[in-house]
Design a protein around this ligand. Structure first.
Ligand code: OGA
Ligand code: MN
Length: 319
């Protein structure tokens, strides 16, 4: 079968169809998808009909899948596979959660970000599948921004300034920005990840910004100066000409390349509507040794989580 691609913006975002994603894909079909991803950065697949198992199997075509933090033996999980990150507002019983830690944690997703920028090993694709969505007029869209075109449009002076700069990223920084009560000193004692804020996107050869709500500081710049630069670059990248929003229907799946985009969750009344979204998270790189790795960076990271943004209680509440 062959892929049909309908662009959303001229060079960014595309609605794709024509492949049956519930079935194993040929190498050629996988390449058609990665080619579309390299060109458009975000692809949207409507009415996929994927089960959890098929979602995970489909995602494995693109690399090693990160896993949610390990639960204590016997602890219940809402979702059946550790490869599924729970981006819902539901508890273990499938009801809207009222746990403050869970609500707090998800608030960070409403800031422009790239998934897992706070880990040393970056995430390439995030693959988010909608199971239950609020009614269309109630919001809950997801927004995407084109970090490659935004980079290309920067004045040369800014490109020169940021060329070799390294960002310092922390999960807790984005949670703090979203309102969590965590001190800066405490953040600096937690794991930090260093990533260049400009890099060459492997699949397209285009340069891209790599900044996020997780980017706290820029190495070698004074705190306020670095933070202003981060804020300016995020504001630049998220201007209307670089962005679109996707309004979800159950069954829709969106794949975004974190190494070429930013995204954020849109507003909706968290307490009034169920929104069940499940995500697989592909680690950057597809060399054979990366595909078989058994390390567990999320478990290691959240073992060090301060109470204010405790993903364990968030997860216990179903997040
Ligand atoms: C995510 C995310 C936003 C949303 O799953 O990584 O940021 O709209 N989701 O659910
Ligand atoms: Mn995200």
């Amino acid at each position: 079968m062959s892929l049909k691609v309908e662009p959303i913006l001229p060079n960014f975002g595309a609605v794709c169809s024509g492949l049956d994603l519930t079935q194993p894909l040929s190498a050629d079909e996988v390449k058609q998808i990665t080619d579309a991803m390299d060109k458009y950065g975000v692809t949207v697949w409507r009415n996929t009909g994927l089960t959890d198992e098929q979602h995970v199997e489909f995602s494995r075509n693109f690399g090693y899948l990160e896993r949610v933090p390990k639960r204590p033996d016997g602890a219940k999980m809402r979702l059946p596979y550790r490869e599924l990150f729970d981006a819902s507002n539901l508890n273990l019983e499938g009801e809207i959660t009222t746990d403050p830690a869970a609500v707090e944690y998800r608030k960070g997703d409403r800031l422009w970000h790239t998934d897992s920028a706070f880990l040393e090993k970056r995430t390439s694709y995030s693959i988010l599948l909608a199971h239950i969505t609020p009614p269309p007029e109630a919001g809950g869209e997801t927004w995407f921004a084109d970090a490659r075109t935004a980079y290309e449009d920067l004045p040369q002076e800014t490109k020169d300034l940021i060329e070799d700069k390294v960002g310092i990223n922390s999960l807790w920084w984005s949670r703090k920005k979203a309102g969590a009560d965590v001190a800066e000193e405490e953040i600096l004692e937690r794991p930090l990840a260093r990533h260049p804020i400009v890099h060459t996107h492997a699949g397209s050869g285009r340069k891209s910004l790599f900044i996020a709500a997780h980017t706290m500081d820029i190495e070698g710049m004074e705190g306020p100066e670095g933070r202003q630069l981060i804020a300016d670059l995020i504001a630049h990248t998220t201007q209307p000409q670089y962005t679109f929003k996707w309004s979800w229907q159950p069954g829709d799946m969106v794949i975004w390349d974190n190494l070429a985009t930013m995204h954020r969750g849109g507003e909706y009344d968290y307490t009034a509507y169920k929104r069940d979204m499940r995500r697989t998270t592909v680690r950057e790189g597809t060399e054979p040794h990366l595909m078989e790795t058994g390390d567990d960076p999320y478990t290691a990271l959240f073992a060090k989580s301060p109470k204010a943004v405790d993903i364990n209680s968030a997860r216990d509440a179903g997040r």
